[in-house]
Write a protein that binds this ligand. Structure first.
Ligand code: RIB
Ligand code: CA
Length: 330
């Protein structure tokens, strides 16, 4: 029986991979995809999401929802970002920005429109009207989810699990302390972590362990489909960005962070070294702003609030990815 899921995305290259994986998995019934401000401004993440749903030819099956355009409070606090995220934009030999997430995907402008309903009522109605509990998969900043759960706290009774791509225990990216999704809206993350829902956190420790190799892009090109070609292109874009902006343990790797959350729903064995403990988020606005504090020694005196995956099965993850993407036919 298919699992009812909602993806919350800041599309983004790896968000696009997560959407394609979820939409092509018959084990999942995607009730909708909600866009949020994150990798790019909401106008871009929403448009990119609409483009991916159209590429998948699922305009009539998967609604797209327009979410929040700004973090809860983070940007209201002048000077909060004492710890500059990254250096200035880097350009390649053609003067193009070297980045993980194209501003606009190289796909036709979408005809599809987002649903004509605000995301809060859409989430509440969709989840309450679902025939079974819903799994939410936030793979961008948690702004939308925090607002929805503040509006309707009892919604957690209809939520099977929240599988979050975010945080980092020994691995960070946006700053020396924090991972992007959490850093972009720390207060939202803390609200969701303490909402009372069952939470599985998929941090950078796991997503980096599951990294895809540049050499694996060719198998997607060999599918000779529009989805396979885009998947290969996104691997190439991400790998180039990592090689230049964030060198990993070895060259020509790219973590496809968000898709690992979806793969976990298809086969939980992709996540390894999963511990149940307490995770909190630093909201101090200083150098640790947005840091996820994972209490691996259980020395806290607060309730445990989430399952945290500190490792992943790279080969199993990439096997699942390819098997599902290969099912798409133009
Ligand atoms: O830190 C990685 C996360 O930040 C991913 O979800 C990526 O898409 C960006 O949103
Ligand atoms: Ca994302």
């Amino acid at each position: 029986m298919a699992r009812n899921v909602i993806l919350d995305v800041d599309t983004g290259s790896d968000d696009a991979c997560a959407i394609m994986l979820a939409a092509l998995s018959e084990e999942l019934n995607v009730l909708g995809v909600c866009a949020v401000n994150g990798n790019r401004p909401l106008s871009d993440t929403l448009t990119n999401t609409l483009k991916i749903i159209e590429l998948l030819k699922m305009e009539d099956k998967i609604p797209v929802v327009k979410g929040a355009a700004q973090p809860l409070v983070r940007d209201l606090l002048a000077g909060r970002n004492k710890n500059p995220k990254t250096a200035e934009i880097q350009l390649d030999e053609n003067g193009e920005e070297i980045c993980y997430h194209p501003k606009k995907f190289n796909l036709p402008e979408p005809v599809l429109k987002p649903v004509d309903e605000n995301f809060v009522t859409w989430y509440i109605n969709t989840i309450k009207n679902s025939s079974k509990k819903v799994t939410i998969v936030p793979v961008g900043p948690l702004t939308n989810i925090a607002i929805v759960l503040r509006a309707e706290p009892s919604l957690v009774d209809n939520i099977e699990e929240i599988v979050i791509m975010g945080g980092g225990h020994d691995v960070r990216n946006s700053t020396a302390a924090a991972e992007f999704n959490i850093w972009k809206d720390p207060e939202a993350a803390e609200i969701v972590l303490n909402s009372g829902a069952k939470i599985t956190l998929v941090p950078l420790d796991a997503t980096h362990a599951a990294s895809t190799r540049l050499s694996e892009a060719q198998q997607y090109r060999d599918l000779h489909t529009s989805v396979g070609d885009l998947f290969a292109e996104l691997i190439e874009i991400r790998t180039r960005a990592y090689n230049i902006l964030q060198p990993l343990a070895e060259p020509d790797l790219c973590p496809i962070h968000d898709a690992l959350c979806v793969a976990y729903l298809l086969n939980p064995a992709v996540l390894k070294n999963v511990i149940h403990t307490r995770v909190d988020v630093d909201m101090g606005g200083g150098f640790a702003d947005g840091m996820t504090i994972v209490d691996t020694r259980h020395i806290h005196n607060l309730p445990d609030n989430c399952y945290v995956a500190l490792d992943a099965d790279r080969d199993l993850f990439n096997k699942i990815l390819f098997e599902k993407i290969a099912t798409f036919k133009d």
